[in-house]
Design a protein around this ligand. Structure first.
Ligand code: UDX
Length: 471
């Protein structure tokens, strides 16, 4: 089918807009036109953050629909945001698709929806448009979501998604256990918002039954047990579109690229890169302890301190800290992270273990220091430190604080561990092999493109032993 036109819709958060934009560029490189649906609120943020010299590529058209919340409302209240999304966005999306399809010269060929917007696949299916659901989170989380009915049936969860008792969930003998305390919907808010989050995510998972294709932004070798549990989901990662210098990446904060020339001046593998994604918040005490840990490490560091990283209005550093570390530390508000992680001067990545950060670190062979904050990040940390063994976990003390001594100690331990470094490089090799021509992720993506272009739909084979997965 010539002139394929994909409508791509991410969940309206930074850690979802970036990988879905990445996927859009991958589709664009294969000849697709893209309509990228973004909420009005996030559109304003992205446009404000866009460098003056940058631009929106003509083949990726940004289209806005409202998320239903007032401009000043707290979109970090995820329960409220999800309720609002469900209330207004399905109608907005349907109207948008109708408008595009009713124009003389344009038709949407397929819809590509973030799993957290699974309802969009249902909207598309009802309009006769084929859809793909994409998990921008680990396949391990995808497997948990598909097993929710079984977890309820086995009495591990009640019908509202609350665990009957705290325990480790093991979906298969080979899959790392997941504490019920770290289930995605239980990581935030009070019981009421946790219940509504559970209903939202479970509903999104159920809605993906309308999808023709199921993809995850990871690769088989790092989570084989999870892919084996849900064989209809295929890996297409790690998504790294490249080749889009100066173009829209979907950042919510202006990128400070001056750190790249600073990195150029640093010796190879000498700099600790410290970044906690888009959502993590520190209290003042932990923030200062982190600063002091970096100081006593006596190493160079590049630290991303988002304007809203601390829960007060100020990111208050310890007295005299900035002057004391001025000759070896750079602090910026938002980095060009993928370029930073690919830079030869980076020695390790102190991270909250968001899935995108995890995939980006793995793709570049960078060892990790893990400091998970919420949601899938605990599962990701377990992969990094216990399964792939490419990093170390930061441990809080009895007061729940990760101390400066712990930070310094773990940095020293990590950088002295040749085994971790060797395994990181090996994982990088496997990741790159997957997305290179002929690799499994490449082939899955290629099959998807070809089947859209030819108008055919792949037969999804279901594993008979997990027939309850057909929700
Ligand atoms: C959230 C959740 O935290 C994460 O666990 C989930 O898997 C996706 O949604 P976030 O906290 O933003 O994401 O972390 P992460 O998944 O790591 O995504 C952050 C993205 O922002 C990455 O693509 C990273 O490259 C980018 N980033 C981060 C920058 O470009 N610059 C920065 O300074 C920091």
């Amino acid at each position: 089918m010539e002139n394929s036109h994909a409508l791509v819709i991410p969940y309206p958060a930074q850690g979802h807009v970036i990988p879905m934009m990445e996927l859009s560029y991958c589709l664009m490189h294969r000849g697709f036109r893209i309509t990228f649906v973004i909420t009005e609120f996030n559109h304003a943020r992205v446009m404000t953050a866009l460098p003056k010299t940058g631009g929106v590529n003509g083949q990726i058209r940004l289209v806005t629909i409202p998320d239903g919340m007032a401009p000043g409302e707290d979109r970090n209240d995820v329960g409220k945001l999800c309720e609002s999304i469900l209330r207004v966005m399905p109608c907005g999306l349907e109207a948008l698709i109708r408008k595009i399809n009713e124009s003389d010269h344009d038709t949407i060929t397929c819809l590509v929806a973030d799993w957290c917007m699974g309802w969009a696949v249902e909207v598309a299916a009802k309009m006769g448009i084929r859809g793909a659901a994409v998990w921008t989170v680990p396949m391990g989380l995808c497997a948990v979501m598909f097993h929710v009915p079984k977890l309820i049936e086995d009495g591990i969860l009640d019908a509202d998604g609350f665990p009957k008792k705290q325990q480790m969930i093991k979906l298969s003998p080979t899959m790392p256990g997941l504490s019920t305390a770290h289930l995605l919907w239980l990581c935030i808010g009070d019981r009421v918002s946790q219940k509504s989050l559970f209903q939202y995510f479970d509903g999104c998972t159920r809605a993906t039954k309308f999808a023709d294709w199921f993809f995850c932004n990871s690769f088989y070798e790092i989570e084989p047990y999870a892919y084996d549990l849900v064989p209809k989901v295929l890996p297409i990662g790690p998504l790294m579109a490249g080749r889009r210098h100066g173009l829209l990446e979907g950042n919510f904060w202006p990128e400070n690229s001056t750190c790249l020339s600073w990195l150029d001046e640093q010796p190879a593998r000498s700099v600790i890169y410290v970044a906690f994604g888009s959502f993590t918040i520190f209290d003042q005490c932990q923030f200062q302890e982190l600063a002091l840990g970096l100081e006593i490490s006596n190493r160079s560091f590049l630290w991303v301190v988002r304007p809203d990283l601390t829960n007060g209005s100020l990111n208050a550093y310890p007295d005299g800290f900035e002057a004391r570390v001025a000759n070896r530390g750079r602090i910026i508000g938002w980095s060009p992270q993928q370029k930073v992680l690919a830079h030869p001067s980076i020695a390790c990545f102190l991270t909250h273990c968001g899935w995108n950060s995890t995939m980006e670190g793995v793709s570049n062979g960078v060892p990790f220091l893990c400091w998970p904050y919420f949601a899938d990040q605990f599962q990701n940390q377990a992969y990094i430190s216990d399964v792939w063994k490419v990093g170390l976990q930061m441990k809080p003390n009895s007061s729940g604080i990760i101390s400066r001594e712990e930070i310094k100690g773990k940095i020293d331990e990590l950088l002295g561990d040749e085994g971790i470094r060797a395994r990181s490089l090996e994982l990088k090799r496997i990741a790159q092999k997957n997305v290179a021509e002929g690799g499994s992720s490449y082939k899955n993506f290629d099959d998807f493109i070809e089947s859209i272009k030819s108008g055919s739909v792949r037969e999804i084979s279901m594993n008979g032993t997990v027939n309850w997965l057909s929700l």
